[in-house]
Design a protein around this ligand. Structure first.
Ligand SMILES: *Cc1c(COP(=O)(O)O)cnc(C)c1O
Ligand SMILES: [Zn+2]
Length: 383
């Protein structure tokens, strides 16, 4: 039995297939690419207590590469938020991604993306980031013996800068938002031997993030919840969870209706909510994007059409919440549940309140929210 059942890489827009054992960025048509597996013969996981238990549906071919790069990321707990759930008349479970190395779920994408890049001969990576992705990729690159060049907005959380610097990564601070950081990286890529690891511009970060979907189903005893609520920036986690659900359905690991997927954004940067509500297939660039939920400040996600597909195909929706409500729910959840959510995670609680109030979430439903990082990564945000 093969360690990885990776068969090829496919374009979700034009359908072109690509050789998975070459270095790939975007498709020739400009779309992000998705990894495909030969699912016949894939068995239910019995591996380590980390995301690598799903190695058969991950792209890394050599177990020694995993051993060299992994820091035990994944298999985070589903924590029952009893009091909040009870007051809303639902079962509310929070998947706590604050517990992975580097304190955000970005470690999942970095672990798998860096391991696969290492296997394919990459010696240095570059990317724009809102902070957490750059921090995770700089640290995992260090572990893999690779160089990293990370560009981030000057206002990104201070701790993420320090994570890049202490790992020996090259930190470039940019005035503006993540799309401005992207322009800096594009220039560097023209002249230097660096692999472009920008969000969805290589096919394997999403493979790491999809494991959140596998874990939720496995932790519920191989079934889906009614609703999964995700704080959406680039949307990689949401597209990844959707991909995992489709793969698990094909594998016969889950049956019946897929959970309704919900994208949560801040009202200060809500291009996906706007596109969803207007029925558009892609998002428009959001001008003057600004929110305290820094990880979801993405004015124009490159995978917008895939995010919108995932919402519509699952009967899901998109919700914008205000920063004041996010801060209120961050405090309320700490007080009621003893959990210090990151602001992006707190936004999912605000969204659940909104959707419960207008009846979109029904009485007694089971809802899983993703706390995508640790609240302690954002000192000073409440002052
Ligand atoms: C990056 C990030 C997000 C958004 O993730 P995407 O998968 O890019 O949508 C949410 N929360 C935190 C804490 C993040 O760092
Ligand atoms: Zn294509």
């Amino acid at each position: 039995m093969a360690f990885s059942h990776l068969s090829h890489v496919e374009c979700p827009r034009c359908g072109l297939t690509h050789d998975a054992d070459t270095l790939l960025n975007l498709c020739s048509c400009g779309s992000p690419l998705l990894a495909r597996y030969d699912l016949a013969g894939v068995e239910k996981p019995d591996g380590p207590n980390s995301l690598w238990r799903y190695h058969q549906v991950l792209p890394v071919r050599d177990p020694d590469t995993v051993a060299a790069v992994s820091m035990g990321e994944g298999m985070t707990p589903l924590v029952n938020l009893h009091r909040t759930g009870q007051s809303l008349g639902i079962t509310l479970l929070m998947k706590d991604e604050g517990l992975v190395p580097t304190g955000s779920f970005k470690a999942r994408g970095a672990a798998v993306g860096v391991a696969r890049a290492l296997e394919l001969g990459v010696r240095g990576i570059a990317m724009p980031t809102n902070g957490n992705a750059g921090a995770a990729w700089a640290l995992y690159a260090a572990r893999a013996g690779m160089r990293s060049v990370i560009a981030m907005p000057r206002d990104a959380p201070l701790i993420t800068r320090e994570e890049v610097e202490i790992s020996g990564g090259e930190l470039v601070l940019v005035d503006g938002v993540i799309s401005d950081a992207g322009k800096v990286i594009a220039e560097r890529l023209k002249t230097e031997d660096l692999f472009d690891a920008s969000t969805l511009k290589e096919p394997y970060r999403i493979e790491g993030k999809k494991t959140m979907g596998y874990e939720i189903a496995e932790q519920l005893g191989w079934r889906s919840p009614d609703v999964i609520v995700y704080p959406t920036g680039g949307g990689v986690g949401l597209i990844g969870i959707h991909k995992a659900l489709l793969e698990m359905r094909e594998l016969g690991w889950v049956t019946g209706e897929l959970p309704r997927l919900v994208a949560v954004q801040s009202s200060g940067c809500a291009p996906i909510v706007k596109a969803f509500e207007s029925g558009a297939e892609t998002a428009e660039f959001w001008e003057d994007a600004r929110t305290i939920a820094f990880g979801i400040t993405v004015p124009k996600p490159i995978g917008d059409f895939l995010i919108l597909d995932a919402l519509r195909e699952t009967g899901g929706t998109a919700v914008a919440v205000d920063d004041e409500q996010i801060l209120a729910d961050q405090a309320e959840t700490a007080r009621l549940e003893g959990v210090f959510l990151c602001p992006e995670g707190a936004a999912t609680i605000s969204a659940v309140r909104t959707l419960r109030k207008d009846g979109w979430i029904a009485d007694g439903e089971e809802v899983v929210v993703l706390n995508t990082g640790a609240g302690i990564k954002y000192p000073g945000i409440r002052l």
